[in-house]
Design a protein around this ligand. Structure first.
Ligand code: TRH
Length: 381
């Protein structure tokens, strides 16, 4: 086995939203901060990156952020020495000149295409497969994150679960957290829900269900794509961070988009989390709380198979009524019928789902993506 990697180049194009750069930024920090690698993160859109890393300056083509060298990925790519480990995120296509430099490097780098997350069965057989370059002496390997031992696992910082436990077991810390957001202290029996989703036809019915329910519901809404719909529900043309709207039993606080670590705290502090895409969905699983996934929609509908695949794994072994409650609410939230009824049935299973979420996170935690990636590097000739 060869010695450990000391440098890594991560290439990321920002497609839309924050998922791709969110995953790359998290992985870059982990490799640099926890494993001491020299990491260069090549990003084509530093403005989007700036939402995740407020210290970054979009005008600087080269800067150090949190011990990661963040580089603008220009059309005219500079001549640089490739790193030991090269991560092409989500098949973003490396610059041709860089590929040529990889082929000329001695010893050759390990080139990995980091794939999108899926819980589908086929991922087990595809993780780690090689794809030889058609003309150059290079091999690219497919590295799949995932939920089974046969996959590359999930991104998890070494101290995340300890920090989560400390946060969730300390009422004073949580009190200070809510205060910092301008959210009043919890009232007895109140439910706190975070809501991060895309535009969603089910939003209005869900809000109405909370408004007319018996229980006080505080909904924490990060600024973003679902904000116009929620604002319209309350009769406003738009909204911004800091807005608070209340009707019936429902109160909504609009929150600013914050750094990833602060967003984790929101997930830990809420009783139920609505999440979307890829990275926030994983973070909700580390929060040990029941969650509802708004999957990134694809034109051909293949996302529904991905949704069901994770739902099946997450609810495996649960009593049928709890598994069905998750299935129905996840479907309703992704274009299916009856979100209000599905919510009530989901919430009636809260204790069971909370227990399951805890066991699920514990089980997932032993398959760490960054560790797997570094081990993969060492065993790849
Ligand atoms: O932004 P997304 O919808 O990203 C999507 C998905 O990743 C999808 O799979 C991909 O194909 C598509 O982009 C192009 O959802 P996601 O993946 O949850 O990413 C959001 C990121 O934003 C995540 O890293 C968490 C972070 N975040 C914050 O840092 N602060 C915040 O306040 C919030 C709400 C999120």
């Amino acid at each position: 086995m060869k010695s450990a990697a000391t440098s890594c180049d991560i290439f990321c194009t920002v497609v839309d939203n924050y998922g791709d750069i969110g995953v790359c930024w998290r992985l870059a920090r982990q490799l640099a901060n926890e494993h001491g690698l020299q990491v260069r993160l090549w990003v084509d859109d530093l403005k989007s990156f700036g939402r995740l890393c407020p210290d970054a300056n979009a005008d600087h083509g080269r800067q150090i952020c949190r011990e990661v060298e963040v580089r603008r990925w220009p059309a005219d790519f500079p001549a640089v020495e490739p790193a030991d480990l090269v991560i092409e995120a989500f098949a973003c296509r490396l610059p041709e000149s860089y590929v040529q430099a990889m082929a000329a490097r001695e010893p050759g780098p390990v080139w990995v295409n980091l794939e999108y997350l899926s819980a589908e069965d086929w991922v087990d057989g595809s993780h780690g497969l090689p794809s030889p370059h058609p003309t150059l002496p290079l091999t690219r390997y497919f590295f799949f994150p995932g939920f089974t031992r046969q996959t590359g696992g999930l991104l998890l910082e070494h101290d995340l679960l300890a920090r989560r436990d400390a946060f969730q077991s300390d009422a004073a810390t949580q009190g200070r957290y809510w205060q910092s957001l301008g959210v009043p202290e919890r009232q007895p029996g109140e439910l706190r829900v975070s809501l991060f989703s895309y535009e969603n036809e089910a939003i209005e019915d869900l809000l109405r269900c909370w408004e007319r329910g018996d229980q006080l519901v505080t909904c924490l809404l990060p600024e973003g794509r679902s904000l116009p719909q929620v604002a319209a529900f309350f009769g406003y043309p738009g909204g911004k961070a800091g807005d608070v709207w209340q009707r019936g039993k429902l109160r909504v606080h609009v929150l600013p988009f914050v750094e990833q670590e602060r967003y984790d705290e929101l997930l830990w502090a809420c009783d139920v989390n609505f999440v979307r895409g890829e990275d926030s969905c994983v973070r909700a699983q580390w929060a040990d709380r029941p969650f509802i996934w708004h999957i990134y929609p694809q034109h051909d509908g293949v996302h529904l198979a991905k949704l069901e695949a994770l739902r099946l794994r997450y609810t495996e072994g649960l009593p049928p009524e709890a598994a069905l409650a998750v299935r129905n609410l996840w479907r309703a939230w992704n274009g299916g019928p009856d979100v209000a009824g599905s919510w009530l049935r989901f919430y009636s299973q809260y204790k069971v789902l909370e227990g399951r979420s805890r066991a699920w996170a514990q089980w997932l935690a032993s398959n760490n993506l960054a560790l797997n990636l570094l081990a993969f590097y060492r065993q790849t000739e």
